[in-house]
Design a protein around this ligand. Structure first.
Ligand SMILES: Cc1cc2nc3c(=O)[nH]c(=O)nc-3n(C[C@H](O)[C@H](O)[C@H](O)COP(=O)(O)OP(=O)(O)OC[C@H]3O[C@@H](n4cnc5c(N)ncnc54)[C@H](O)[C@@H]3O)c2cc1C
Length: 501
């Protein structure tokens, strides 16, 4: 059985590596993967560049990390034998600042997402006004919006993040933290973001605890109990909330491509059409060649999937076209340490939309991760664009790098005449799918239609999770579907064998 995989991001590579594992345990399966760009990795792109004075930069232009709670990346890293290459964030520097009236205000201790779980840090914080603090406390006594009937889930009671946060915690809680978090982490507009699609546990918390603050408090207590029950083994690596790899996040994509077999992978070649061919599928390539296969996995961005499927399955294509995507860019800039006379013990800055700044956030990469910049250099990563400001991306690369630099000078205190030692702009055109209100209903319908089409599977970040582990798992699930349709059930999908981590 031959599987054609379109797209060489982590979803497509996850699919390829899974087909390879199936072949390795004796199934008669093979794959061909085509990637339109001249590189693999998609939204995961690590640039490793030397500094003329020695040392090197390890700069992630797209995703720089994955949530360690989600196990897919660990599991694959273990299968590949590279688990020891994972690296955590530098916990000593784990502080986040929010821009308020052009200045940096530290996020109060005890904030979980955007809900306070510690009284004193909230009371003394300058991030919120006093009325806003009282309004947040009101969450403890506000009744639920509605009580779910037996069997109902968050999906049945979807609402936007703006609606939920304003309802429970007040407008300032939205404007000062929830909005910049959703823009910074998910590239989402709070006024449109589906809570059921992104963070169903928020709606579940309201049901179970009658309050977001109480829900987060219970979560904090659970985490603290787990830490006590399972203290880190002596000498073991400390587990952090986010993780990456010593050589940057692209490392895992490269290792998957190696293990899957690069002889089956082509870059710089896009798929231009998909059609049925007898019992199987035919994919036309940008070179004019055709590939014939028994199954096709479409692991492209959602808008590209909609275009590819238009002629074959208009109903799926129409639904895919309803999932919007936003564009953004990241500006990676490194400066001499002497030009950076500020406290560097922090990981990030978030800029709320109400601040009306073109820079939506900053990561202090060289303080967040070990060995990302040479000695004596400070590496930063600024975010531009996103749904709140698509127009800024019309500027050229040099202009955007300079815009990021001047914003960093204003906000962080980099010397105004500091020239970057390393500068690179990464553009992510329609790179982030947005999960808008009702997202899960649309995905259910897409999956229902997909189930009825033998040999076709969709994968990627647009459906059930935008994070790297979700995208990886979606590629694996796509393989499970098309192989199962051909009567191939993989032993590694049995529960016991999946518990390798
Ligand atoms: C700036 C940024 C920061 C992020 N930060 C994080 C983070 O810190 N943590 C996290 O978990 N997630 C993060 N994400 C999200 C995460 O990186 C992505 O959701 C994930 O990498 C998507 O993987 P994918 O394989 O689904 O899609 P993609 O990586 O988009 O891959 C799809 C591939 O398909 C190819 N393609 C498209 N059309 C065709 C065609 N016709 N023929 C052949 N190939 C085609 C594309 O060129 C692309 O390479 C971030 C994303 C961005 C943009």
């Amino acid at each position: 059985m031959r599987v054609i995989i379109i797209g060489g991001g982590i979803a497509g590579l996850g699919a390829a590596y899974k087909v390879r594992r199936a072949a390795d345990v004796g199934h008669d399966v093979s794959f061909s993967l085509v990637e339109r760009d001249d590189r693999l990795g998609g939204k995961i792109w690590t640039d490793i560049s030397p500094d003329p004075d020695g040392g090197r930069y390890i700069a992630d232009g797209g995703s720089d990390s994955f949530l360690t709670d989600k196990t897919a990346v660990h599991r694959v890293a273990k299968l590949l034998g590279v688990f020891d290459e994972e690296c955590g964030t530098i916990e000593e520097n784990k502080r986040t600042f929010i821009v308020k009236d052009g200045r940096l205000v530290e996020m109060p201790d005890g904030m979980m997402m955007f809900a306070p779980t510690k009284l004193l840090p909230l009371a003394t914080s300058k991030l919120y006004s006093w009325p806003a603090k009282f309004r947040m406390a009101f969450d403890l006594v506000l009744p639920r919006k509605v009580r779910w009937a037996e069997g109902e889930t968050a999906q049945d009671h979807d609402e936007t993040l703006e609606s939920l946060v304003v309802r429970r915690l007040g407008r300032e809680a939205l404007d000062r933290l929830a909005e910049p978090l959703s823009a910074g982490v998910n590239g989402d507009e709070a006024s449109e973001m589906s809570v059921a699609g992104r963070y169903p546990m928020l709606l579940e918390m309201e049901q179970k605890h009658g309050s977001l603050v109480r829900g987060f408090l219970a979560q904090r207590t659970r985490v603290e109990e787990m830490k006590k029950k399972y203290p880190p083994k002596p000498g073991a690596k400390r587990r952090t909330f986010f993780s990456s790899f010593n050589e940057g996040l692209q490392f895992i994509c490269d290792r998957m491509a190696d293990a899957a077999g690069r002889e089956h992978i082509r870059t710089g070649v896009g798929a231009t059409a998909i059609e049925r061919s007898g019992e199987g599928w035919r994919v036309t390539l940008s070179t004019g060649e055709v590939l014939d296969g028994d199954a096709v996995i479409v692991a492209t961005e959602v808008w590209a999937a909609a275009e590819l499927l238009r002629a074959t399955d208009g109903a799926i294509a129409d639904l895919l076209a309803t999932i919007p995507s936003s564009s953004c860019a990241t500006a990676l800039l490194a400066f001499d340490e002497s030009d950076c006379p500020f406290d560097k013990r922090w990981h990030g800055i978030l800029t709320p939309a109400v601040e009306r700044r073109p820079l939506t956030g900053v990561s202090l990469t060289s303080s967040k991760w070990p060995d990302r910049a040479p000695e004596g250099r400070v590496l930063l990563r600024g975010f531009l664009g996103g749904p709140r400001d698509q127009a800024v991306l019309e500027q050229g690369d040099e202009a955007l790098l300079e815009l990021a630099r001047t914003q960093m000078v204003e906000l962080i205190g980099i010397a105004s005449d500091a020239r970057p030692r390393y500068a690179r702009l990464f553009r992510w055109e329609k790179g982030m799918p947005q999960y808008t209100l009702g997202h899960l209903d649309r995905v259910d319908e897409i999956e229902r239609l997909e189930t009825g089409v033998r040999g076709l599977a969709l994968a990627g970040n647009a459906y059930r999770g935008v994070g790297v582990p979700n995208a990886l798992e979606s590629g694996e699930r796509a393989v499970t579907k098309v192989l199962a349709e051909a009567g191939i059930i993989l032993s590694e999908d049995a529960t016991e064998e999946r518990r390798v981590y």
